[in-house]
Design a protein around this ligand. Structure first.
Ligand code: NDP
Length: 469
């Protein structure tokens, strides 16, 4: 059992001003795995005041000092990677290999990237008669979700620190452990008092207090659209910058010249990674109508090959994060059936033999783009396959979405694939795979307004000052 009842404020472990606790549930067992404290607005006031005090000196720190600190954090992070991965598995149900692998690796990658960007970043530039300065924006409220908990914390905390900002982190109640360990890492690495603070608790209390706080200069938020809208409204009275990374319903276009079976298999098993709880997942798979039968057969086989079970075992897919999320996924599967989508694999209910734990079936529908399951983000192990007649038709379907976060194009002719990627209204597109920690990540349309990762991730935390003459 984990007992994380103190917050990290002003370089010290601090009990909440008004004691209140919540149990954390292990989604694989439905049992209690530990306890956290729930903070109040008064705890936020303390953390923001500490961050404000620390900003005076941290904003004046040198690049060399910040690089030294990031490297100390890196040493501590590296030493605790196994522990971090185990915490991710326990808090949100990712298979252990994924938790100790990609989840923790994303955090390590964002840390290394922050170091690389900081080594070369131009905080000053001369443009004609003007000296342009890029200065830290100030005290930042960082509000994160449970789905890739370490990724989302590290992609905010390290750029904020590297640019000379100070921060208050509000991790998700459902997945609070990895953030708590990260706070221990920051403490051990010698982060100066107040530069990084963490308060656990309810979004409607801690997140709202940060968003409304007159002494917070910026909010960086990843999560659902309604909460992103609420934060924007809460932040409006104090004219804060708000960076939003919201949901997605990304299209994966497989072109006619592609190896259909291999690409459909990759897209289907890719959809089931992290039990489908990935904002940039390719949840709408677009295949040529002429090759639909081949695609459906490959998707069915791939979905049925996904092993589901206890995340401590050797499985491809664990449970979804909570009972609430399980119910959301089940509702969408029922909606898909009600609106006449063809069920290709999976369906409602738990997989056979799994009676406890929030496990879903890897599910594939053949649908049309006007159906609810093709328009709304399900955030679960449900893939929707949609047919297209021509490349123009595929682009039109891909763009016919309220979201614009990710996108994928598979095809042998690289130029054609890139030409299609250029026409898709979305923030990041993977053409025949690939991965880059320096590529900006963020959404068009209702997927948000910010760009994280790499150099663009630094810009979020910077003000631009012109000194003219
Ligand atoms: P939420 O948007 O509800 O939560 C994200 C974070 O915001 C959590 O830390 C949450 O706190 C906090 N929060 C909640 N209410 C407020 C508020 N009023 N002011 C400030 N902060 C607040 O996402 P969920 O975790 O509930 O997930 C729901 C849906 O959101 C998913 O089904 C999915 O569609 C989408 N989502 C998208 C993600 C993405 O990366 N694009 C990531 C996660 C979810 P608390 O701890 O109380 O929940």
């Amino acid at each position: 059992m984990r007992n994380y009842t103190q917050f990290y404020i002003d370089g010290r472990w601090t009990a909440p001003i008004t004691p209140a606790t919540a149990e954390v549930i292990n989604p694989a067992t439905e049992g209690v795995s530990g306890t956290i404290s729930l903070g109040s607005a008064a705890d936020v006031d303390l953390a923001v005041a500490a961050a404000r005090r620390a900003f005076t000196s941290w904003s004046q720190s040198t690049v060399a000092e910040r690089l030294d600190l990031l490297r100390s954090i890196q040493a501590e992070y590296t030493a605790r990677m196994q522990e971090l991965g185990e915490a991710v598995t326990e808090e949100m149900g990712a298979p252990l290999a994924l938790g100790t692998g990609f989840h923790v690796g994303l955090g390590a990658g964002h840390l290394q990237t922050a170091i690389e960007v900081l080594e070369n970043f131009k905080f000053e530039e001369r443009k004609g008669p003007t000296l342009l300065l890029k200065e830290p924006i100030g005290v930042c409220g960082l509000i994160t979700p449970w789905n890739w908990p370490l990724n989302q914390v590290t992609v905010k905390v390290f750029p904020a620190l590297a640019t000379g900002c100070t921060s208050v982190l509000k991790p998700p109640q459902l997945a609070p452990y990895s953030a708590q360990i990260l706070a221990e890492i920051m403490d051990k690495a010698g982060v100066p008092a107040g530069v990084f603070n963490m308060v656990q608790g309810q979004g409607s209390v801690i997140g709202a207090a940060l968003s409304r706080h007159p002494d917070v200069d910026m909010i960086s938020f990843t999560g659902s659209e309604p909460v992103g809208v609420q934060i924007t409204k809460d932040a409006a009275d104090t004219v804060k910058r708000v960076g939003l990374e919201l949901g997605g319903k990304s299209a994966w276009v497989i072109l006619d010249d592609a190896d259909m079976a291999a690409n459909v298999t990759a897209a289907t098993s890719g959809m089931m990674v992290n039990a489908g709880q990935t904002c940039s997942a390719g949840s709408r798979l677009l295949v040529p109508n002429a090759r639909m039968a081949e695609a459906l057969a490959a998707a069915k086989a791939a979905a049925q090959a996904v092993s589901v079970g206890n995340p401590l075992g050797e499985v491809a897919m664990g449970p979804v994060v909570s009972k609430g999320q399980w119910n959301v996924v089940q509702d969408y599967i029922r909606k898909g059936l009600d609106e006449g989508a063809d069920l290709v694999a999976g369906g409602a209910g738990r997989p056979e033999g799994l009676d406890k734990g929030w496990y879903c079936k890897p599910t594939v529908f053949r649908a049309t783009n006007d159906m609810v399951i093709a328009r709304e983000e399900i955030f679960g192990s449900v893939l929707v396959i949609i047919g297209y007649d021509s490349v123009d038709h595929a682009v039109a379907i891909a763009n016919d979405s309220p979201f614009g976060l990710g996108g994928y194009v598979s095809g042998q002719d690289r130029d054609t694939a890139i030409a299609i990627a250029r026409r898709m209204r979305t923030g990041a597109i993977w053409v025949n795979g690939g991965f880059d920690f320096h590529a900006p990540f963020g959404g068009y349309k209702r997927s948000g307004n910010g760009r994280e990762w790499g150099e663009h991730g630094f810009a979020e935390y910077l003000e631009v000052k012109s000194i003219i003459g």
